[in-house]
Structures are given as C-alpha cells and as structure tokens.
Design a protein around this ligand. Structure first.
Ligand code: UD1
Length: 438
C-alpha cells in the first residue's frame, strides 16, 4: 500500500489547477445508462472511484472509451447485465447510482446493499422508499436489492418526500424519473451543486427537469433520452482542501478553474477565521494567510448550502493552528472523527464528545506515522503533515486516490515536500491503457 512521506514547514506558493468534481462525475457516468446513444463527459477527474464506476458500466455491457485522459465517451447500447455486485458496491458506495437508471430504462435492477463504511452505517432505505413511490417493486434477497418496474417495465411518475436530505438518493430518483410515465415531484431534495450538474446533463440528453439545486425538483418523464456532451463542474471539495492547504502553511495560492460560488460557505468560514480569500474572477480564487494569524471558529456540518461534511476533517486540521477553541459538530455521519485520534498522535489537542470535536489551538504538530481511514480524513492528515515539525508518514493513501487526482504532485508543484512511497504495484492507479484509452 502506498504512503506519503511529508516534511512539514514549507509555505505553499503558486498556482493550482482544480479538477472536475468526482461527486458529479459519478452520477453523470451512471446517467449514461439511461440511453443507448453516446454520452460524452469532459473534465472527469482521473481518480480511482471514477475508474471503478467506469468498470462497473463495462461489466454491465457498456462501452467506456477515453479519447483523452479526462474525457469519457460512454455507449450503453448493449446492456446485458443489470446487477451491481457486492464486491464493487462494498468498495464504492456510489455504485448504487446505477439502480435508478437501470430500473428506469430496463425495468429491472439488482444492486448489493452497501453495508457499513468507515464513516457510519450509510443505508439506502431512502433511495428504495422513493423508488417505490415511482411504482417500483423492491425486495431484499441475500443482501441484494432486487427492483422491478411492474407496469410494462416502466416507472410511473409520483411524489417523493425525502424525510432526510440525501445526495445520492436524490440523484437516483432524479435519474429514474426522467424515463417514468408522467410527472414526478421530489420534495426535500438535496441542493448540492452536483445535483444541478447532473440535471443539466439529463436535460441535454432530452430530459425535462426543473428546479434542480432547489429543495423541489420537478421532472416530466419522457419516452427516450439521447446523445449528449457535457463538462463536469469543478470539484468544490478539492477547492476547499487547497484553500486550507494555503492557510495552514501560511502560504499564498491561486486556485484556477474553480467555482467560488459553490464554495461560498467554506470561503465565508475561512475568512471569519482570518484567511484572506479574494475572488479574482468567476473561476479563480486567490488565498493568503494570515496577517493576524488564524482564529478559532466553530462549524456545524449540514447539507448544502451549509458547511459540507466533506470539508470537516480538513477544517479540523486547520483549527489545530488557530488561536482559541473551536467546536466542530458533525451532523451528517455518526462516525466521522477518525482523523482526530491520528492528529492527537501528532500532538493536536482535540477532545470528542458525541458528535462534537473540541479543538484547542495553537498546537505545534509533530510529524508521526498516521493512518488514513477514509478519503477526507486522508486529506486532513496530509494538511497536518504539511505544517508538522519533522517527517509525517501517511499510510493507506489509497483512500486519497479515490477522490484527489495526484494531490502529491499538485502540492509539490507549489512547494510542499511530499513524496509517494510505492509499496505494491496492485495498489497503484492502472496505467491509462488499462482504463480504455483509445
Ligand atoms: C454523498 C457524497 C459524500 C458526502 C455526502 C453528504 C457522493 C458520491 N457522495 O454521499 O461525499 O459526504 O453525500 O454530503 O455524492 N441516509 C439514510 N438513508 C439513505 C440515504 C442516506 O439514512 O437511504 C443518511 C446517511 O446515512 C447520512 C445522511 O443520510 O447520515 C446523508 O447521506 P447522503 O446524502 O445520502 O450521502 P451520500 O449520498 O451517500
């Protein structure tokens, strides 16, 4: 398993290119199952989860070509298999996103239940309840969800009221409803920018979706969807991570090709904490830290447009370097503080009570061997390593490879002393040829 070796203490300076949003590309790739015509996606990040999603589609019978590294051309003309198997779903929960499209187009789908993951139980009960409101028959068989559309293989439009905001749940139902007979209204829908991006792709394919990005989405079902070309939005979590990287190292970065409006709450919170962030234009941020030093500020994670749970770990790393006491409350996932104990091993003063972490700063972090437990926790440990005294070794960086494209190269290019220590060939990303570059 690869590791990162980091020597802390370097101020980052320079320009960072922000990539496409993994959490948008994942549903957009699944959406290609809704048509037999070709769907071309640009600005798809080259990260492990995306490769996994592409392989899942290939296993179902789709053709996934990469005419360029970050362009996917997907044709789902010949789908023969309607199942997302356990081995895949357990490695990547977002594979449940094939459920809605398969059910909508072919009237049948079988998807393994995801089970637990490092950050909590993460059920898909809300996805299933919602699909039942579109007329799906759903049963559980040997750890699998087996879903059918009994009315001539077609789902029926209906009203879906989510009890809790769910991002992939909203996406699954949104995709399913595009080919349903009649009108669907989704209430209490997730409002993440990735939902609006997916809706934009679906509308380009011929769907009739209104209100995506608001709590109520209306979909008028159509008979067929067709070919489309779409560019994935920039990754707001990668953007936030690099804002924190500049701030924690007392550095200065320019972030290119980002969407500041998608990171508004993170930018506002970092500014409150003393980070100087300027919106140079609609796709560029300039970040500098910090004339007066960082000041502790509390955050509570909540669905968009509030503070994202996917930035909680990185923000916690930053708060170890802020003067005062900050309380970080996690309301989305029940077990998402695993990075705290690793940072304690580096000298951070963090105590956990229920779903709140109390961070006392400023602490001098000391390099140590630490283990990444999930994707964003690994980003947090890298940030801590950038400011720690001496050498930090972050183990299990396959987690970070799931969602950050070449983070170590991007950090090195702006002055960080970080290297990947390769330990096994199998843990590495496959070369481009293996993922269907043509
Ligand atoms: C998505 C993101 C993930 C992010 C999360 C919250 C993708 C691929 N992943 O995950 O990066 O951290 O949103 O912003 O986009 N829940 C249920 N039943 C369900 C579905 C969800 O109880 O059927 C609960 C979850 O356990 C969690 C909360 O609802 O407590 C929100 O989860 P959800 O928004 O569904 O997260 P994901 O879509 O899995």
């Amino acid at each position: 398993m690869d590791k990162f070796r980091i020597r802390g203490g370097r101020k980052l300076r320079g320009r960072v290119q922000i990539g496409g949003a993994k959490n948008s590309a994942l549903p957009c790739i699944a959406a290609a199952l809704l048509t037999g015509e070709s769907v071309t996606l640009h600005n798809v990040p080259y990260v492990r989860d995306i490769i996994t999603q592409g392989r899942l589609l290939e296993d179902l019978g789709a053709q996934v070509l990469r005419p360029e590294l970050r362009t996917h051309k997907i044709s789902a003309a010949n789908i023969e298999i309607f199942e997302a198997p356990y081995d895949l779903v357990k490695t990547m929960r977002a594979s449940v996103l094939v459920l809605g499209p398969l059910l909508a187009r072919f009237g049948k789908a079988k998807v393994s239940l995801p089970g637990g993951c490092a950050i909590g139980t993460r059920p898909i009960d809300l996805h299933l309840e919602a699909l039942k409101h579109l007329g799906a028959q759903v049963s559980l068989e040997a750890g699998y969800v087996v879903a059918r559309a009994p009315h001539r293989g077609r789902l029926q439009g209906g009203e879906v009221n989510f009890d809790k905001v769910t991002v992939t749940g909203t996406e699954n139902v949104l995709m399913a409803a595009t080919l349903a007979e009649g009108k669907t209204v989704i209430n209490n829908a997730a409002r993440e920018p990735e939902i609006a991006d997916l809706a934009e792709l679906l509308n380009r394919m011929g769907a009739r979706v209104r209100g995506a990005g608001s709590p109520t989405i209306t979909i008028d079902g159509v008979e067929h969807l067709g070919a489309a070309e779409h560019t994935i939005i920039p990754d707001r979590i990668e953007t936030g991570t690099f804002l924190c990287a500049a701030a924690i190292t007392d550095g200065e970065l320019e972030l290119k090709d980002c969407r500041p409006e998608h990171s508004a709450i993170v930018i506002a919170k970092l500014r409150e904490a003393g980070v100087e962030i300027e919106e140079v234009n609609q796709s560029t941020l300039h970040v500098r830290c910090c004339a007066e030093g960082l000041t502790a500020r509390d955050v509570v994670t909540e669905p968009h447009p509030r503070f994202p749970t996917d930035m909680q770990a990185q923000y916690m790393a930053l708060m170890t370097q802020a003067a005062g006491v900050s309380r970080i409350t996690e309301t989305i996932f029940e077990n998402r503080f695993m990075h705290a104990s690793e940072m304690q091993r580096m000298g951070a003063d963090i105590s956990i009570s229920g779903n709140t972490a109390t961070v006392r700063g400023v602490t001098r972090l000391m390099g140590a061997r630490v283990q990444a437990s999930d994707l964003r926790a690994s980003a947090c440990l890298v940030l801590a390593g950038l400011v720690a005294e001496g050498e930090t070794v972050v183990e299990r960086v396959y987690h970070i490879d799931r969602g950050y494209e070449k983070i170590e190269a991007k950090l090195r290019a702006v002055g960080a002393e970080i290297e990947r220590v390769r330990e096994s060939v199998t843990a590495q990303l496959p070369p481009a040829a293996e993922v269907g570059v043509s």
